[in-house]
Design a protein around this ligand. Structure first.
Ligand SMILES: Cc1cc2nc3c(=O)[nH]c(=O)nc-3n(C[C@H](O)[C@H](O)[C@H](O)COP(=O)(O)OP(=O)(O)OC[C@H]3O[C@@H](n4cnc5c(N)ncnc54)[C@H](O)[C@@H]3O)c2cc1C
Length: 425
C-alpha cells in the first residue's frame, strides 16, 4: 500500500490522489450531456439485472475498490491500526470530489457494508472482529449486508424475534430476516437478535457479525415489481457465531442498531441523481421538450414546481453537510433529507406519469417513454427503506416540532382498537 499518510496537507494528498486517478481511470468528459435517443436510457431506482450481470458488476466494483485501497485511498479517515489512512474528513472529501470527476465502476454494492456495517463494527466490535474484518471490508475482499428487518418487525424493529442462545463461547442463532439488500453477494452480515425474551423489547437484543456462508444460513431472493431481485429472505437455522463476533454488550443491541441506522439515513439522504450519471431532472426537461410540451404553461408551471422542491431539498442537505464539516453530528436534518428526497421522487413520478400518459405503460419502442416505468415502480421502495415516510414524519414531529410522542403500533395486536362489525352507525 502506498503510504499516503506521509501527505500531511490536503493539497499534497490531493496531488497524490490525482496522480493515482489519472493513472487508473479515464476522466469524465466535462459535464455529461443528455442527448435524446442516445446513450443509456436507464432511469430506474433499482436496476433490473440478471444474476450473471449483477455478479460481474459486483466484481468490477470490488476490483476498483481493491486498487484504490492498495494505493491508500480506500479508507481515508480510518484508524491506521485497522488499515485506514488515519487522515481527516477534509482529506476524504477532497478525494471523493476528485474521484467524482473520473469514470469508475458503480460502488453501489458497498453502500450497506461500508456505509453502515463497517462503522458499527468499528464502534462496537471486539478487537478480534475489527482486526479480522475492517481491512477486508474496505479492500472489498468481503462485502457486508444488514440483517435487521423481519416479517413482523420493520418500523417497530425492537419487536424482532430471531433469537440467539448462548452455548459456551458460541451463540446459536435461529430465525428469519427479510428485505436483506445484497445478501445474495454478501460474505458477512450484521444481525440483531433477541437474547433475553423476558426483558423489555428494546433491552433484550444483541448485535452479532455472522458469516453468510456458514452452515444453516439460507438466502432466498425476493422478486420485486420492477422485475429485479435486489432483496432476499434470509433464514438462520441454528447458525453458530463465536462470542468474539458479538457487537457491544449482551442485551445492548438496540444501541448497536441505532449506530447503524444513523449511518443509514445519512447515506440515503445524501443519495445522488441516478440513471447513468445524468440527473433525473435533466432527463425530465428533455422529455418535455421531446414531447413538444415545453411551451405549455401548465406543464411549465408543474416543472418549475418540481425544480423548486428539488432546490429546497438541496439546501437542507447542504445544511447537514455543513454541520458535518464543522465537526457536529447531523441531527433530525437527516430525517428531513430522507423525507424530502422520497417526496421529490414521488412528485417526479406523478409529473412523468401525467405527461407521458399511456406511453408510460406501452412498450412501443419509442425511446425514453416506457423506460420511465422502472422509476415509477422502484420509487415506493425508497419511501420505505431506512424508515418509511410516516416514521420520518414522526421523528420530525417529535424531535423538530416538539409534538407529543407517537404511541406506536402494537405489533402483537395492531387492530385491537378496531371493533369491526360492532358499530351501530
Ligand atoms: C428498498 C428497501 C431496502 C431494504 N433493505 C433492507 C436491508 O438491507 N436490511 C434490512 O434489515 N431491512 C431492509 N429493508 C426493510 C425496511 O427497513 C423495512 O421495510 C422498513 O423498516 C418498514 O418496515 P415494514 O416493511 O415491516 O413495514 P411496517 O413497519 O409493517 O409498516 C407498514 C406501514 O405502516 C406504517 N407505520 C408503521 N409504524 C407506524 C407508526 N408508528 N406511525 C405511522 N405509521 C406507521 C409504515 O409507514 C408503513 O406504511 C429494506 C426495505 C426496502 C423497501
Amino acid at each position: 500500500m502506498t503510504d499516503v499518510t506521509q501527505s500531511t496537507t490536503v493539497e499534497e494528498f490531493e496531488a497524490s490522489a490525482k496522480a493515482f486517478l489519472d493513472a487508473n481511470a479515464p476522466r469524465k468528459e466535462s459535464e455529461k450531456k443528455f442527448v435524446w435517443g442516445e446513450g443509456p436510457d436507464k432511469v430506474a431506482v433499482f436496476e433490473e439485472k440478471d444474476r450473471e450481470t449483477e455478479l460481474a458488476d459486483v466484481a468490477k466494483a470490488c476490483d476498483w475498490r481493491r486498487k484504490k485501497y492498495d494505493a491508500g485511498f480506500g479508507w481515508v479517515t480510518g484508524p491506521t491500526e485497522y488499515g485506514g489512512a488515519g487522515l481527516t474528513a477534509a482529506h476524504e472529501r477532497a478525494y471523493l470530489k476528485l474521484e467524482s470527476q473520473y469514470e469508475i465502476p458503480s460502488q453501489g454494492p458497498f453502500t450497506i457494508g461500508l456505509g453502515m456495517v463497517a462503522p458499527t463494527i468499528l464502534a462496537h466490535g471486539s478487537e478480534v472482529a475489527k482486526e479480522a474484518y475492517l481491512t477486508k471490508m474496505y479492500r472489498a475482499d468481503i462485502v457486508g449486508c444488514q440483517l435487521f428487518s423481519e416479517p413482523g418487525a420493520g418500523s417497530d424493529l425492537a419487536s424482532l424475534q430471531t433469537k440467539a442462545v448462548r452455548d459456551g463461547d458460541e451463540w446459536i442463532i435461529t430465525g428469519q430476516k427479510v428485505w436483506t439488500t445484497g445478501a445474495q453477494y454478501s460474505d458477512l452480515g450484521e444481525i440483531i437478535a433477541r437474547t433475553d425474551a423476558d426483558m423489555p423489547k428494546h433491552k433484550g437484543l444483541t448485535g452479532f457479525i455472522v458469516d453468510m456462508h456458514a452452515p444453516g444460513v439460507e438466502v432466498r431472493p425476493l422478486r420485486q415489481m420492477t422485475g429485479g431481485a435486489s432483496f432476499n429472505e434470509v433464514f438462520f437455522n441454528e447458525v453458530r457465531v463465536r462470542d468474539d463476533h458479538r457487537l457491544g454488550d449482551v442485551n445492548n443491541g438496540w444501541n448497536v442498531a441505532l449506530t447503524t441506522l444513523m449511518n443509514e439515513r445519512a447515506a440515503i439522504g445524501a443519495g445522488g441523481g441516478g440513471g447513468g450519471g445524468i440527473n433525473m431532472y435533466t432527463r425530465v426537461i428533455e422529455m418535455v421538450r421531446h414531447l413538444g410540451l415545453d411551451t405549455d404553461p401548465l406543464v411549465r408551471n408543474e416543472l418549475a414546481n418540481l425544480l423548486i422542491h428539488q432546490k429546497v431539498a438541496g439546501y437542507n442537505n447542504q445544511r447537514a453537510m455543513d454541520k458535518i464539516k464543522a465537526g457536529q453530528l447531523p441531527g433530525p436534518e437527516m430525517s428531513i433529507a430522507k423525507l424530502a428526497g422520497t417526496l421529490n421522487s414521488l412528485r417526479l413520478c406523478d409529473f412523468v406519469s401525467k405527461v407521458l400518459g399511456p406511453k408510460l405503460i406501452a412498450d412501443s419502442g419509442e425511446w425514453g417513454t416506457y423506460a420511465w416505468s422502472a422509476l415509477i415502480l422502484g420509487t415506493p421502495g425508497g419511501r420505505i427503506a431506512g424508515g418509511s415516510d410516516e416514521i420520518m414524519r414522526n421523528i420530525v414531529g417529535e424531535r423538530v416540532l416538539g409534538l407529543p410522542k407517537d404511541l406506536g403500533i402494537d405489533s402483537k395486536s395492531p387492530f385491537k382498537d378496531l371493533k369491526v362489525g360492532t358499530q351501530k352507525d
